[in-house]
Ligand binder design. Structure first.
Ligand code: PLP
Length: 387
């Protein structure tokens, strides 16, 4: 047998991909499956962005680019952040990577080692905990509660800081809960972190364009006092329906830019040039497609929250952001895993058990509404019939 590094056994995965594979297998066997398990927009990438990628290939953009990203792309990111959040960002602090995930991986590997503690949302995006364990650091969950709309509580986060804390990860709007953390709570968190200048904060803002019911996104970039501690992650996957292109970025503090650039050089050299050019077109071009997509998500959100609340034994908060509803299913008598299997096997509806996002997800199931209203209504009918 080959002798593998022990660290490999600590690496987790993203169960949404496992559910997707099972749903696809059932579909291949002829079952009619409605997929509310997947975490990606069901819209195509807007045409002008696709054309920019094709044009870049035709124009001969076939070589390496700077490891941190094409300068015009990093300038477009800075301009976009100014437009959306009213903040000044130096393009030299922007590092472009293949998607949202690499920033997480690099940030955690930069701070994580045995003896270090890293805080992360639970339930939350499963890759946070996986990578923290892989690094050898101790994962410290930030329990998110339904009664707070799954928002972060600054008090909870601050009370868990110890001398071993190196990095805190937050995510708003959030996967899998749709929770949005209000500005007052972020104000308190930032104020509290001023007492802990050695603790870094990674704010995953990949759903920053997807807030509903008149809510406004509060970017951590709008707090100048925390810039030296802040890694702000965002990207193109969700906003521009570009999950398969693999394009994301983070704004890094001055002290970390060289370190992360070196990680990029060691890992992937650069993001492919055609994709980066498509990314420029996305940011600098018309935003109508983004607005239309968000409007459609909002309409579907109202439908799915209403229909979930009408199911026996199920209650659902109003899902303030992203494109997920996270109903409480404890009234059905099933565990999260049982509900996920029951919905798929008996109703042909793919969802993801809350426990796939951490132990605090027990009692909940994630429904993605990145699917048509027609399919959402059909899925709810089928689930109602089996409950
Ligand atoms: N962050 C969160 C909270 C996510 O939900 C996702 C994707 O599901 C990502 C980051 C990763 O995005 P990407 O596909 O760009 O790596």
């Amino acid at each position: 047998d080959l002798i593998l590094a022990k660290s490999l056994s600590r690496l987790g995965t993203e169960s949404a991909f496992v559910v997707l594979a099972r749903a696809q297998k059932l579909a291949a066997e002829g079952r009619d499956i409605i997929n509310l398990g997947i975490g990606q927009p069901d819209f195509p990438t807007p045409d002008h962005i696709v054309e920019a990628g094709i044009k870049a290939l035709r124009d001969g953009h076939h070589g390496y680019t700077p490891a941190n990203g094409i300068p015009a792309l990093r300038e477009a990111v800075a301009a976009d952040l100014h437009r959306r959040h009213g903040t000044e960002v130096n393009p030299d602090n922007v590092v472009v990577v293949p998607g949202g995930k690499p920033t997480m991986f690099f940030a955690v590997m930069m701070f994580g080692e045995p003896g270090a503690e890293i805080m992360y949302p639970n339930p939350g995006f499963p890759i946070y905990e996986s990578v923290i364990r892989y690094s050898g650091a101790t994962p410290v969950p930030i329990a998110l509660k339904e009664e707070n709309g799954f928002a972060f509580s600054a008090e909870t986060v601050l009370s868990q800081i110890t001398p071993a804390t190196r990095l805190i990860i937050i995510n708003s709007p959030a996967n899998p809960t749709g929770g949005v953390t209000p500005k007052e709570e972020i104000d308190k968190l930032v104020a509290g972190l001023m007492d802990h200048p050695h603790v870094a904060l990674m704010s995953d803002e990949i759903y920053s364009n997807m807030l509903y019911g008149g809510r406004q996104h509060t970017s951590l970039l709008s707090y100048p006092e925390i810039r030296d501690q802040l890694i702000m992650l965002d990207g193109w996957s969700k906003t521009y329906a570009m999950t398969g292109w693999r394009l994301g970025y983070a704004v890094w503090p001055d002290a970390l830019v060289d370190h992360v650039t070196r990680l990029c050089i060691n890992d992937h050299s650069c993001v492919n040039a055609a994709t980066q050019n498509a990314g420029i077109a996305a940011l600098n071009g018309p935003q109508d497609a983004v607005h239309d997509m968000v409007e459609q998500f909002d309409a579907r959100r109202e439908v799915i929250v209403r229909e979930l609340n009408a199911l026996p034994g199920v209650t659902c908060t109003d899902a303030a952001g992203a494109f997920y509803a996270f109903p409480n299913i404890t009234g059905t008598g099933m565990t999260a895993a049982q509900a996920q299997d029951h919905f798929l096997d008996k109703a042909g509806v793919a969802t993801v058990a809350g426990t796939s996002f951490g132990k605090h997800g027990e009692g909940y199931v994630r429904f993605s509404y990145a699917n048509s209203t027609e399919n959402i209504l059909a899925a709810m009918e089928r689930i109602k019939a089996i409950l």
